[in-house]
Write a protein that binds this ligand. Structure first.
Ligand code: LLP
Length: 437
C-alpha cells in the first residue's frame, strides 16, 4: 500500500478509499463536501489500548478523553460506551457531555479561568472532580462550596518545570505558564496547604500536570512523574498528605505525515507506570491511581476530511495551486501552527504521483493553505481529496470565517455510516444575528 493507512482504511474493489467499510465517494454522494469522517473502530481500539495496558500492569487508572480535541454528543457517547472518563474545559463542553448522558462522576473540569457560572454548573451536575488551577479559583470555589454546603473532590494542577515540544524538553526554572501552580517556586506547596486547610469543602485527591502536546517520546512524562513523586514525599512529610491520584495529562503524539514517528500509546503508559512504581517503592509511598488525558491520540488519526477539488491556478515556474471547498474554516492547524498533513485522491489513493501541487483553501486569506507540497496523480475539478489525521482539533477549532458553514461529521463503522453532526445551513449562520431594521 503506497499511502499511509490508518485504522480500517482500505482500497476497495473499485479502487476507491474506503473507511469503516464504506466507500468515501459514496459518503460524499450522500453527505456532500467538505465532510469529516471518523473511523469509530480506530477510536475504540485506541481507547481500549490505553485502558487494557493499565489493567495488564495491575494499576488503578482512569483514562480521561480530553474532549477539547473533538466535542460533540456522539463522541461523548462513544467514550462513555468505552468506559472512559472525561476532561472538559468549559461550560459548553460540560453541558454537551451531560446532554450526551456522560456519567457526571467520571467528568473532570479543567481551565485556568473557570467562571462562577461554569463552576456552578459543575457543582449542580455533581461532576467527579475539579482541577484547581490558581489561587483565585481556590477562593472562589471555597466560597461557593460553603454557600452550597457541599464538598467536592479536587486535584491541584502543578507545573513541574518541564515543557515538551515534540522532541525537545525544556526545563523551565521559573514555571512560566498560565496554568497551574509552580512546583519549584513554592506556589504548589502554598496551594496544597490552603486546600488541605479547607477540608470541610475540599477533598484533595491528588495532583495533576500536563507537559505539552504531540510528544513522541516518553522522556518528558517520566521526568514529570519523577518530579511529582519527589514532591509527594515532601508533601507527605510536611502535611501528612497521601496523594490518591497522579494525573499526568495528555499529549501523546500521532502521525500526521510519514515524518512523524509516534510510539504506540501503550508504550507511554508502560514507562509512566514503571517510573511511578519505582518512585513509590523507593520512597515508601503507596502507588497512586494513575490518570491520563489523551485527546489527539484517541481521535486524531481516526478523522479524515473529504473535500471537493474546484479551481486550479498554475503559476509558471513557481507552483500549481489546487483549491478545495474548505480550508482554514474547517482546519485552522496549518495556518495557526504550520501543521503538515498528507492527502490522497479518494478515487485512486494508490495512484502514481504525477505532479506536486499546493492545496489551497477557499478562504479570502493567502495563509489559507492546507498542504504546500503534495505529490498527487493528475487531478481534475470535481475530484475528491481525502486529507488524513484531521480528527483532533479540526472540527473542534472550526469557525464560520467568511461565513462558511461548518461541515457535517459522519461516523463510519462495519460498513455503515451515521451522521452525528449535521451540516450548518446558511440559516444557521444568521441564527443569532439581529437585524438593524
Ligand atoms: N490535558 C490538558 C490539561 C491539556 O491542556 C491538553 C491539551 C490535553 C490534556 C490533551 O492533549 P492531547 O492529548 O490532545 O495532545 N490545538 C492544539 C492542541 C492544544 C492542546 C491543548 N491542551 C493543536 O491543534 O495542536
Amino acid at each position: 500500500m503506497a499511502f499511509e493507512q490508518f485504522g480500517t482504511m482500505n482500497v476497495n474493489e473499485v479502487g476507491h478509499l474506503e473507511i469503516g467499510g464504506v466507500d468515501t465517494l459514496k459518503l460524499v454522494e450522500q453527505y456532500g463536501t467538505p465532510l469529516y469522517v471518523y473511523d469509530v473502530a480506530l477510536i475504540r481500539e485506541r481507547a481500549r489500548g490505553f485502558k487494557e495496558t493499565f489493567a495488564e500492569l495491575g494499576v488503578a487508572a482512569q483514562v480521561a478523553y480530553a474532549s477539547k480535541a473533538f466535542s460533540a454528543l456522539a463522541i461523548y457517547q462513544l467514550m462513555a460506551e468505552e468506559g472512559l472518563s472525561l476532561d472538559v474545559v468549559s461550560g459548553g463542553e460540560l453541558y454537551t457531555a451531560i446532554q450526551a448522558g456522560f456519567p457526571a462522576e467520571r467528568i473532570h473540569f479543567h481551565g485556568n479561568n473557570k467562571t462562577a457560572d461554569e463552576i456552578e454548573l459543575a457543582l449542580d451536575y455533581k461532576i467527579g472532580c475539579i482541577v484547581l488551577d490558581n489561587f483565585h479559583e481556590i477562593a472562589l470555589l471555597k466560597e461557593m462550596l460553603h454557600e452550597k454546603k457541599m464538598k467536592t473532590a479536587v486535584l491541584v494542577r502543578v507545573t513541574p518545570g518541564i515543557e515538551a515540544h515534540t522532541h525537545d524538553y525544556i526545563l523551565t526554572g521559573q514555571d512560566d505558564s498560565k496554568f497551574g501552580f509552580g512546583l519549584t517556586n513554592g506556589q504548589a506547596e502554598a496551594a496544597i496547604r490552603e486546600v488541605l486547610a479547607a477540608d470541610d469543602v475540599f477533598d484533595l485527591i491528588g495532583l495533576h500536570c500536563h507537559i505539552g502536546s504531540q510528544i513522541f517520546e516518553t522522556t518528558g512524562f517520566i521526568m514529570a512523574a519523577h518530579r511529582i513523586m519527589e514532591q509527594l514525599v515532601l508533601f507527605r512529610d510536611l502535611f501528612g498528605f497521601e496523594s490518591k491520584v497522579l494525573n499526568l495529562g495528555g499529549g501523546f503524539g500521532v502521525r500526521y505525515t510519514a515524518e512523524d514517528e509516534p510510539l504506540a500509546p501503550e508504550e507511554y503508559v508502560k514507562e509512566i507506570v514503571a517510573e511511578v512504581k519505582n518512585m513509590a517503592q523507593a520512597n515508601g509511598l503507596d502507588v497512586p491511581e494513575i490518570w491520563i488525558e489523551p485527546g489527539r491520540s484517541l481521535v486524531g488519526e481516526a478523522g479524515t476530511t473529504l473535500y471537493r477539488i474546484g479551481s486550479r491556478k498554475e503559476v509558471p515556474g513557481v507552483r500549481d495551486y489546487v483549491a478545495v471547498d474548505g480550508g482554514m474554516s474547517d482546519n485552522i492547524r496549518p495556518a495557526l501552527y504550520e501543521a503538515h498533513y498528507d492527502a490522497v485522491l479518494a478515487s485512486e489513493p494508490n495512484g502514481e504521483a504525477e505532479e506536486t501541487v499546493a492545496i489551497a483553501g477557499k478562504c479570502c486569506e493567502s495563509g489559507d493553505m492546507l498542504i504546500w507540497d503534495l505529490p498527487l496523480p493528475k487531478s481534475e475539478s470535481g475530484d475528491v481529496l481525502a486529507v488524513f489525521c484531521t480528527g483532533a482539533y479540526g472540527y473542534a477549532m472550526a469557525s464560520n470565517y467568511n461565513r462558511i458553514p461548518r461541515p457535517p461529521v459522519v461516523f463510519v463503522e462495519n460498513g455503515e455510516s451515521k451522521l452525528v453532526v449535521a451540516r450548518e445551513s446558511y440559516a444557521d449562520l444568521i441564527r443569532n444575528d439581529l437585524p438593524l431594521w
